[in-house]
Design a binder for this molecule. Structure first.
Ligand code: PLP
Length: 453
């Protein structure tokens, strides 16, 4: 076998519409996801859709959310490797391959990350035959390191936690001086934007068919790399009335007001405006308290009786287990908050994303147990009221005004000029044409991927 051959994987169109994959390949892929996680055919399982081509989602019970609007959550836990971050990892690698920039056998892949992207990179590199190094802070949840090691990547740890991601970028910057090292730079590279605008955005649009008025009134996502937020660009292109809210930890409110604190929501709030964040479509920045997300996760995971007492059927309460991680709860709390703030009604849909599931957070709930003297049901019942159902519209900032956009452009300059990006390039991002042109490249890459097979 020619080990310099470009690996075989899906196009953007096939990730959005897996029914377009050759049926024999699809069948092999469906078997592999149950039987052999490490079979490269699993690349064809990178999609939001299930075997009947329906978007995997849950509509939250209103007894939980206490708002009239429908809160629709897309579920990332079913992606190979357990989170949708595998999508941007694959897209960035395959684009590099078909552009001839990343050559199997010649190059080592670097994955700067706080976890899930690193897990995605380790997994994808294993499937596609590349050596990989994941660069991440040394204080993240232990489940993350275990997975990365299991997928065969090397770990290069920098000091700190979630909010110290800039140290991983600096380390990557050093390592990439060696031309054999190729970073999959999720914060900077447009395949992350393309994957989420094309695959996630269009999947979200399909997901609301038959729910409420079948449109999307609001999309909420807490940016790490801000890749997921790009789904909002496609949602706005199809439903121009849709509002996009970027969520941040209250403890690390970088976009809202330059805040740079430590927080507990792994995967988001990385103390920067990422290069691939299209701030033109960010209508609101909304802050969510980190411990509310951890407590909210505890309630959905272990508070089934409390949810049933609140009027949720036992089956539905049970079905809420295992689907969310801490940032998924953050996105849900942001969706509820925005539904209330925008006065949305029963015909309206708010879409958000659960990046991953509970499998990588048991240690986070153990830690919560150590930090709280009591976790009895009456405490969880109070959290249901105080966290999910509070009529609280604090910390919602309207970013549609020119001065607010300027604040984000300036934040981006502060964050990216030091890494060698030119002001002219950043200025091009002030026009929607820049982003639409990037999106249009999906077609070109799909042709290249198809030809390389
Ligand atoms: C758990 C989790 N939630 C949310 C995000 C943020 O997603 P994005 O990088 O697309 O903004 C990440 C990113 O790694 C993540 O790992």
């Amino acid at each position: 076998m020619d080990n310099r051959k470009i690996p075989f994987g899906p196009t953007y169109e096939e990730m959005l519409h897996p029914e377009k994959i050759d049926p024999q390949i699809r069948e092999r892929a469906s078997k592999a996801i149950q039987e052999n996680e490490m079979d490269p055919i699993n690349l064809f399982n990178i999609t939001w859709k299930d075997e009947s081509n329906q978007v995997r989602k849950i509509v939250l019970p209103k007894e939980l959310t206490n708002v009239d609007a429908n809160i629709v959550v897309l579920l990332g836990t079913y992606f190979p490797s357990g989170s949708h971050k595998v999508g941007p990892a694959y897209s960035t690698l395959i684009e590099g391959c078909v552009d001839g920039e990343i050559v199997p056998g010649d190059h080592t892949i670097l994955g700067p990350s706080t976890g899930n992207f690193g897990i995605g990179v380790a997994y994808i590199c294993n499937l596609m035959g590349y050596k990989s190094v994941v660069i991440m802070p040394d204080n993240m949840s232990k489940e993350r390191y275990e997975r990365i090691r299991k997928y065969g990547a090397e770990l290069d740890l920098t000091p700190g936690t979630e909010s110290d991601v800039i140290l991983t970028l600096q380390r990557t910057y050093e390592l990439k001086k060696d031309p054999r090292n190729k970073p999959l730079a999720q914060f900077e590279l447009m395949p992350n934007y393309r994957f989420h605008r094309y695959v996630t955005g269009n999947s979200a649009i399909e997901a609301v068919k038959g729910i409420g008025n079948g449109r999307i009134a609001c999309f909420t996502s807490a940016p790490g790399s801000a890749g997921t937020l790009a789904a909002g660009d496609q949602i706005k292109a199809v439903f121009p009335e849709a509002k996009i809210a970027a969520l941040e930890p209250y403890e690390c409110s970088t976009l809202a007001n330059g805040g740079l604190g430590q927080h507990r929501i792994e995967g988001i709030g990385d103390k920067m405006c990422t290069l691939i964040h299209n701030v033109l479509t960010t209508d609101f920045v909304t802050l969510i308290k980190d411990d509310d997300c951890v407590r909210g996760l505890k309630l959905l995971q272990d508070g089934t009786d409390v949810l049933v007492s609140a009027g949720i059927s036992p089956e539905v309460a049970e079905s809420l287990k295992n689907l969310f991680g801490v940032s998924g709860i953050c996105n849900i709390l942001g969706a509820i908050k925005m539904a209330r703030h925008l006065r949305l009604g029963p015909d309206d849909n708010v879409v958000t994303i659960a990046t991953d599931g509970f499998d990588r957070y048991p240690s986070v709930l153990e830690d919560l147990g150590k930090r709280n003297l009591e976790l009895e049901n009456y405490v969880l019942a109070r959290w249901l009221k105080d966290i999910f159902q509070a009529e609280d519209e604090k910390y919602i900032y309207d970013f549609r005004r020119g001065d607010r956009k300027e604040q984000l452009f300036k934040q981006k300059e502060k964050d990216w000029l030091p890494f060698g990006y030119k002001k002219e390039y950043l200025d091009e991002m002030r026009s929607m044409d820049f982003w639409d042109a990037e999106y249009d490249l999906c077609k070109k890459y799909d042709e290249k991927i198809s030809q390389s097979r």
